[in-house]
Design a protein around this ligand. Structure first.
Ligand SMILES: [Zn+2]
Ligand SMILES: [Zn+2]
Length: 345
């Protein structure tokens, strides 16, 4: 079968290769891949800035149809359509695994970097990590369940965005826009989105298409004044940080109200950030750091997307076969694409 493989350590070394079709082991099913999203981690593997074990097939945001069940499978059947929690090789016995947090088990090795991933015609995968999707769900919708599950975990389960909340999202990339949609889906009264001049042409345009009207270009409008004006001087109930930009991170304390909540999703790429620490204390803030997806966020995300309450699939801007991987990865890297999908077959 054809697969997109990171062949060895270093910058680059990605190619479409013919590799043997995998066979399902104990408790695994074989899935014919319908689509696989390109994630930041795939880009990091390309540039050698994320751990990985080559040669390895890229991609963890995959969806497809079960075509074979291995020995011992009892949960799923051939013909069912599924999406996959990428929490493979969690140990099952550490403190985190035993408390239901396999997604941050130190032993975890996910598809796409730790084990072979979904940018291929087939994958074999533990059935316990799969979720059935409804017949009505399109492949586009299914392919964005994983990034949606991230914001559902972060905003809805952990930070607890409530009906009536005024929410600020800083950084309108695919995750920022999904965060805005998640907040709106549970009844946020308003979602303001902050961006920089580079966001205006494509990302603010997409936010407008999605129905968001409070879009603030921080180079033109003082975001603190704008948010205070929109909240009768009180400040936002929740600030969601998706930019990873040190200046924006330091500034979020000015946007949020006293006793408000900050939800951190963006990463800086290892930069140190200086924070006005006492302001965080005097505002008595709850700050939530986030990583990966809870088990419960998956079925919630499937429900939110399938019902149309989160039109997550609208963040998809690019699609192509494996052979076009290079131009598609480039489009993601230079921000021409929001979410891009590879379609293996
Ligand atoms: Zn991802
Ligand atoms: Zn563990």
């Amino acid at each position: 079968m054809k697969a997109l493989v990171k062949t060895k350590k270093g910058v680059g070394f990605i190619e479409v290769r013919d590799v043997p079709e995998p066979r399902p082991g104990q408790g695994e099913v074989k899935i014919k891949i319908a689509a696989c999203g390109v994630c930041g981690s795939d880009i990091h593997v390309r540039h050698d800035t994320f751990p990985y074990w080559p040669p390895v097939i890229l991609g963890h945001e995959f969806t497809g149809t079960i075509v074979e069940t291995g020995p011992g499978c009892k949960l799923l059947k051939v013909g069912e359509r599924v999406v996959a929690e990428p929490h493979t090789r969690a140990c099952g016995h550490c403190y985190l695994c035993r408390t239901g947090n396999i997604q941050i088990c130190p032993e975890k090795r996910s598809p796409g970097w730790g084990i072979d991933g979904g940018m291929a015609e087939f994958i074999c995968y533990p059935e316990v990590l799969l979720h059935r999707i409804p017949d009505s769900m399109t492949w586009d919708q299914a392919a964005v369940v994983e990034p949606t599950a991230n914001v559902v975990t972060d905003l809805l389960e952990r930070t607890g965005v409530m009906p009536g909340d005024f929410v600020v999202v800083q950084g309108p990339g695919p995750i920022g826009l999904l965060a805005a949609m998640a907040a709106r889906a549970v009844g946020a009264r308003e979602v303001a989105i902050l961006g920089t001049p580079g966001d205006v042409e494509r990302r603010f345009k997409k936010a407008t298409d999605l129905g968001f009207t409070k879009l603030i270009n921080v180079a033109e409008t003082n975001p603190v004044e704008a948010v205070l004006a929109l909240t009768s001087g009180r400040g936002a109930d929740v600030v969601v940080e998706c930019s990873g930009a040190p200046r924006a991170i330091a500034g979020m304390v000015e946007l949020v109200r006293k006793k408000g909540r900050i939800s951190v999703i963006g990463l800086t790429g290892g930069k140190t950030v200086e924070l006005p620490w006492d302001k965080f204390a005097f505002k008595v803030l709850d700050v939530f750091f986030n990583l990966s997806t809870s088990h419960t966020s998956w079925d919630r995300s499937i429900s939110l997307i399938a019902s149309g309450r989160m039109p997550s699939e609208q963040v998809i801007t690019h699609r192509g076969p494996l052979s076009q991987w290079e131009e598609i990865f480039d489009a993601v890297e230079n921000l021409k694409a929001l979410k891009a999908l590879l379609i293996p077959a």
